[in-house]
Design a protein around this ligand. Structure first.
Ligand SMILES: *Cc1c(COP(=O)(O)O)cnc(C)c1O
Length: 367
């Protein structure tokens, strides 16, 4: 017996919410409020509240959340920003786009998140900010990171694209740093029907500055205080996200339940299952295992019609576009070995127990 199990299945979720989503889209179209407006404002309020922050700023993507943030903080030429090389490209890409220099710090072997113990050695007089990335849905050790930032007077920009409503020591992603950046890319726990993102913050002055940055730095309209961009969240996406938001906690809980079953099924296999910090509650945007025999495992699962993905196969310090930064192979051994060994399995909330057991069986079959 075989079962086709894709890495992610968005159609099942859509089928369950179709009527409500179509009605919400219809509301926006009938209103013809096609830029910002009440749907965006409502989503901003709700995502800020969910994250334990005062303010939310809806933006065009997770990437633009990071870019607008760096622009609003006036980070640019001559500045350095510390981050992890084991992340989606956008994290460091945005630092380069504003003219600043990404400075990489290796990850912790167990969490795949930036290793706080290695951050301080990378701080220089030019360092302006740290961008911790909450990878796969598990938050970084934010108390240590905030402590370092305070000592050196650095901004902290949480890349929480994979970690909306994730928690560390009972506090939500986005609420530790000066700001938190979320993505509503369709594969994230809260996904739009296209691109979208959100910035959350407690800092009112920064909030005002972000609103201006999102609309070309104009205040009032046609009078530009500084150079911003068009980083606005589409109200059609906001309307769809408002329909989905009430389900987010249940979806993340279902991912945790699926992860627990995988952990149990794979306990005997010679592979490493995810390690979650005792102080963290992961939202499992990805369930990532680790094995030296990854290629063989991918082929085996592919033959069984099971989808997998590598997040991420090449660490950022070794990307061609960053060769001018001067990094070399061997500079960040944990990131390099993770890139060679990690593999994401299907973890989406709608998976049935039978499907997870099937994936587990197929993996065990190999050993
Ligand atoms: C998805 C993601 C982004 C970018 O978000 P987009 O909405 O796709 O632009 C940035 N950082 C991380 C860690 C991500 O996973």
């Amino acid at each position: 017996m075989t079962m086709k199990i894709p890495l992610l299945d968005l159609k099942t979720q859509y089928a369950a919410l179709k009527e409500d989503i179509l009605a919400a889209v219809n509301d926006v179209l009938d209103s013809q409020v096609c830029i910002l407006g009440p749907k965006v404002a409502k989503l901003e309020e709700e995502v800020a509240q969910l994250s334990g922050c005062r303010f939310g700023v809806g933006v065009s993507s997770g990437t633009d959340a990071l870019l607008a943030t760096l622009m609003a903080l006036n980070i640019g030429t001559g500045d350095e920003v510390i981050t992890t090389p084991f992340t989606f490209f956008a994290t460091a890409g945005c630092v380069s786009r504003v003219g600043a220099k990404p400075v990489f710090v290796d990850i912790d072997r167990r969490t795949y998140n930036i290793d706080p113990a290695k951050i301080e050695a990378a701080v220089t007089p030019r360092t302006k900010a740290i961008i911790p990335v909450h990878l796969y849905g598990q938050m970084c050790e934010m108390d240590s990171i905030m402590e370092i930032a305070r000592r050196h007077n650095l901004f902290v920009i949480e890349d929480a694209a994979q970690a909306i409503s994730s928690a560390y020591k009972g506090k939500k992603a986005g609420s530790f740093g000066n700001l938190g950046c979320f993505s509503f890319f369709p594969s994230k726990n809260l996904g739009a029907a296209g691109d979208g993102g959100m910035i959350v913050t407690d800092d009112e002055a920064l909030y005002e500055r972000l609103l201006t940055t999102r609309s070309h730095g104009a205040k009032p309209k046609y009078f530009h205080k500084f150079v911003g961009g068009n980083f606005r969240l589409d109200p059609l996406q906001a309307a769809i996200l408002l329909v989905k938001l009430p389900y987010l906690n249940a979806w993340s809980a279902a991912r945790r339940r699926n992860a627990a079953l995988y952990n149990e099924l794979l306990a005997g296999a010679p592979i490493v299952t995810p390690w979650i910090h005792a102080d963290a509650v992961s939202i499992y945007n990805q369930y990532v295992i680790r094995t030296e025999g990854r290629d063989e495992l991918i082929a085996h699962l592919k033959a069984a019609d099971i989808g997998t993905e590598i997040y991420y196969p090449q660490p950022l310090h070794l990307q061609e576009c960053f060769k001018d930064l001067g990094y070399r192979e061997g500079d960040f051994l944990e990131s390099e070995s993770a890139a060679k060994e990690v593999l994401a399995l299907p973890i989406y909330p709608e998976l049935s127990e039978a499907q997870i057991r099937y994936v587990g069986e197929k993996i065990l079959e190999l050993y």
